[in-house]
Design a protein around this ligand. Structure first.
Ligand code: CTP
Length: 384
């Protein structure tokens, strides 16, 4: 049982928040609904009060901020902006400003509002401060438009709330090192050899580890997603830098090598920008150091080591099994990149967890959910 504050802002999705409140009450939580005036133009506070068997507070009282979690669903563009700037003009924004526990938010708005530079900045600000965003999803919106802006389903938000509550102390006192993103190997001052990794999966893993109480360091090659908040961020754009930064922290309790590290880099780098001429440009590539294999070779007792393998189909899966042994890892997360609907740049993924104990397929789901399942597996491997 936990004390959960359910913030509801104005938007057609407000009616779905009633279902979220119902699921939370049914799971045994003490739910306090907090509605903005705008929310009350869509649904009556009474609906929530009846479901929660508790009155919606009309002013901020101290007991509120002692709750275990605040979930805001739907989060409108307006309240999102207020939260990003620390405004406190109603009970919900006041509570959010005073509350120090975990905050989850499920944005819902018109796709153009979601895509607007102002909203992008506000979202990045919230994430930097550790707010966990659930969705928004792509789909048809109430006004008939199609796009990203639909509130995630109440079941999905509920599952994320439950996951955060159940796991918030699991990795307390543990140091978790995550590498993420794709390295870029310079050819000259302006060109590089890179790969399609966005860093999304690694960022989701770092966020999930932090939510479980771990002290997290994210060694980031080039990310095309915003980094999570409340983690130590170490930039490492090339394979050599990533190798140096990861090995310097190789005493962590858990290391997740989610970065797509280049296997080869140009043996020579032209200084400045190489001018064009009529001749072919032949580049010799030399191998980079294998970071995971080095971690495997020097791992200490009780340390948990996770590798990732982005490869094609069944043969790729067979190669992932070989990597488990070759790189002395506890787990290889295999990701079939021959499929267009998952993996690179996609919000969803489907993976196979390969360990000495066997294999487990995690069905297609948002990357945040996959990250949570991977962390479930890791928690079992970490010595208490
Ligand atoms: N990896 C690493 N250092 C490298 C290359 C890869 O630490 N120079 C790590 C990746 O972060 C990942 C794992 O090794 O966790 C698997 O990477 P992958 O490139 O799939 O495996 P390789 O051993 O490089 O084999 P191949 O490219 O032939 O599939």
């Amino acid at each position: 049982m936990a004390r959960v504050l359910v913030g509801v802002t104005g938007g057609i999705a407000a009616y779905k928040a009633a279902e979220l409140a119902r699921l939370l009450v049914k799971a045994g939580h003490e739910v306090t609904p907090i509605l903005t005036d705008e929310a009350e133009t869509f649904v009556a506070a009474k609906t929530f009060e009846a479901l929660a068997r508790r009155e919606a507070p009309r002013e901020l009282y101290p007991h509120l901020v002692q709750a275990d979690l605040l979930v805001i669903a739907p989060l409108s563009a307006n309240t999102l902006a207020k939260l990003a700037h620390g405004l406190a003009d109603n009970v919900l924004t006041q509570t959010a400003l005073a509350f120090q526990g975990p905050v989850l938010a499920a944005p819902a708005m018109n796709p153009r509002m979601w895509a607007h530079a102002a909203t992008r900045e506000n979202v990045a600000g919230l994430r930097e401060r550790g707010v966990v965003l659930v969705g928004p999803d792509e789909g048809e919106l109430a006004e008939g438009e199609w796009g990203v802006g639909r509130m995630s389903e109440p079941e999905e938000i509920f599952a994320r709330v439950e996951a955060v509550l159940a796991r918030r102390h699991e990795l307390e006192g543990k140091r978790v090192l995550v590498s993420a993103g794709g390295t870029r190997e310079p050819l000259d001052a302006v060109r590089f050899l890179g790969n399609r990794s966005s860093g999304w999966m690694g960022v989701a893993l770092a966020e999930e580890a932090r939510l479980r109480g771990a002290e997290v360091t994210l060694v980031a090659a080039n990310l095309s997603v915003p980094p999570p908040g409340k983690v130590e961020l170490v930039p490492a754009p090339t394979a050599a830098e990533l190798e140096r930064e990861v090995l310097a922290r190789s005493d962590a309790d858990v290391v997740l090598m989610a970065a797509a590290v280049a296997d080869y880099r140009p043996a020579e780098q032209s200084s400045g920008k190489r001018p064009k001429n009529e001749q072919p440009w032949t580049v010799t590539l030399e191998p980079t150091g294998d970071v995971l294999a080095q971690l495997g070779a020097r791992r200490r007792n009780g340390q948990v080591l996770i590798g990732f393998a982005a490869d094609h189909g069944e043969t790729g899966l067979a190669r992932a099994r070989e990597k488990l042994e070759a790189k002395r890892s506890d787990l290889i997360v295999f990701n079939d990149v021959s499929r267009e609907d998952i993996g690179f740049d996609a919000p969803e993924n489907e993976v196979v967890l390969v360990s000495a104990a066997g294999e487990r397929r995690i069905r297609k789901a948002p990357k945040e959910r996959i990250a949570s399942e991977i962390l479930d597996e890791i928690v079992k491997l970490v010595p208490k």
